[in-house]
Design a protein around this ligand. Structure first.
Ligand code: NDP
Length: 418
């Protein structure tokens, strides 16, 4: 069967590259190639800049109310097409339909709606000075670049486009090479909503395209989502032309459970914070600190509910609530971390291995994994795994746990149950 080949989206339409270079996209639940995408070559890159400059000129000249009205049309289209878009996200990422059909598109649309609502209300201020006054006003920056990760591809594209476009900027967005389709669909929707050509452009390719955006002198700002080390590269490159940057990076967040907490509720949080989207979420509470007196009860309930309630399988099956990891490479990385956990002395209480569900036997599935007897120094408690691996640690008192919870190079999130 001839696979569909998607092009880059420039100036309101799909544009063919000159090099003919393409890459393949794999469905993580089957291991099969599902479509191809053209790489942004020199021609595409140049046209993306020209297009975004022209888009900016038109878009920034419109009133905030006009921009808001068009963005709200896009919001309506996103919601209308929820199921079609959610299916793309399931096939690209391997996450369950149960999640994508109610979260991914919806939260993307919510974000655009939120910023579209704010735009007409953005004002400067005026201050008295020596009997006179001065005033400030908020102007758009120009071309903003968005660089996205693969775990919430459409949602990340929406979250980056929303504030940038609402404030009158244009955008060149580069999705992850592993999940390139959602952003193209968003570009189609913006165009259909009447947003001028060139306001939202999508360039495709691997890190090299992201690096090109981060260095480019005509780009005023980078909004990046991805790993800390890649973020450092993007930020360093952005500094070469003094771009503004927004970084949404990795985490190793603590979830602290005191003995006076509602334990069922805390178990729900630990499961959600480690196994939702098969653990591929930046804010996950992967270091679960449990107060010693609550530990036996917590563990009993956690193992029981993880064994009984998690259904691993074909992500499109309605009953599946735990899907496949993004790629073979990432699957191997997560398995390696599990081996390191065992080697460093943690107790593997649950999971810890790959699985081949009957309805998706070729996919990159790893069982929900729980380690106990963890210590703060272990690799699995220090590094972001970005997979379904929960590390449980115990503590005696509040001062101790807060110190230990904060003893990480990451920021991002934290949870407390008490
Ligand atoms: P990566 O850092 O590997 O990639 C992120 C994006 O950067 C991709 O589009 C990638 O392209 C691109 N890229 C690669 N090299 C460069 C470069 N030198 N300059 C500019 N861009 C580059 O992250 P993942 O895609 O693996 O995503 C997982 C990570 O994202 C995790 O660490 C996770 O915690 C984090 N994340 C953070 C979120 C937050 O809001 N804080 C939300 C979601 C995820 P390509 O992949 O095509 O090579």
């Amino acid at each position: 069967m001839l696979l569909k080949c998607y092009k880059n989206f420039i100036n309101g339409a799909y544009l063919a590259n000159s090099s003919g270079e393409t890459f393949e996209v794999i469905n993580p639940a089957t291991g099969k190639v599902i479509y191809q995408v053209e790489v942004a070559d020199e021609k595409i890159k140049q046209q993306a800049i020209t297009s975004a400059q022209q888009g900016f000129a038109k878009w920034s000249a419109m009133s905030a109310t006009q921009r808001s009205r068009l963005l709200l049309k896009a919001v309506a289209l996103l919601r209308e097409r929820n199921d079609e878009l959610a299916k793309i996200e399931v096939l690209d990422t391997g996450k369950p339909w149960q999640e994508a059909s109610v979260v991914d598109v919806e939260s993307g649309a919510d974000s655009i709606e939120f910023f579209a609502g704010l735009a007409p209300g953005i004002e400067g201020n005026q201050q008295p000075i020596d009997g006179d006054f001065y005033y400030t006003r908020r102007d758009p920056l120009g071309i903003c670049a968005g660089i996205g990760a693969w775990n919430y591809p459409l949602q990340i594209a929406c979250w980056k486009a929303a504030p940038a476009l609402a404030c009158g900027n244009s955008m060149i967005f580069k999705p992850s090479e592993e999940t390139p389709l959602g952003a193209l669909k968003l570009a189609e929707i913006f165009t259909e909503a009447g947003i001028p050509d060139g306001v939202f452009n999508v360039v495709q390719g691997a890190g090299e395209v992201g690096a090109w955006l981060s260095h480019h002198e005509d780009i005023a700002k980078i909004s990046f989502t991805g790993e800390v080390n890649t973020g450092k590269k993007a930020m360093t490159a952005a500094a070469s032309t003094l771009k503004d940057v927004t970084m949404e990076l990795g985490g190793k967040s603590p979830l602290i459970i005191f003995d006076d907490a509602d334990i069922d509720n805390a178990v729900s949080a630990a499961m959600l914070g480690n196994f939702y989207t098969q653990g591929e979420i930046c804010t996950n509470g992967t270091r679960v600190f449990v107060q010693k007196s609550a530990y036996p009860k917590f563990i009993e309930k956690l193992v029981q509910r993880t064994s009984q309630n998690i259904i691993v399988g074909d992500p499109m099956a309605p009953e599946t609530n735990f899907g496949a990891l993004i790629s073979r490479k990432h699957f191997n990385t997560v398995l390696d971390y599990i081996k390191v956990g065992v080697k460093e002395g943690a107790t593997l209480l649950h999971g810890g291995k790959s699985i081949q569900p009957e309805n998706a036997s070729e996919g990159y599935f790893i069982a929900p994994t729980i380690f106990t007897d963890c210590t703060d120094e272990m690799t699995i408690c220090r590094e972001e795994i970005f997979g379904p691996v929960m590390s449980i640690l115990t503590f005696d008192n509040e001062d101790e746990v807060i110190n230990r919870a904060n003893s990480t190079k990451y920021g991002l999130a934290a949870g407390v149950f008490t």
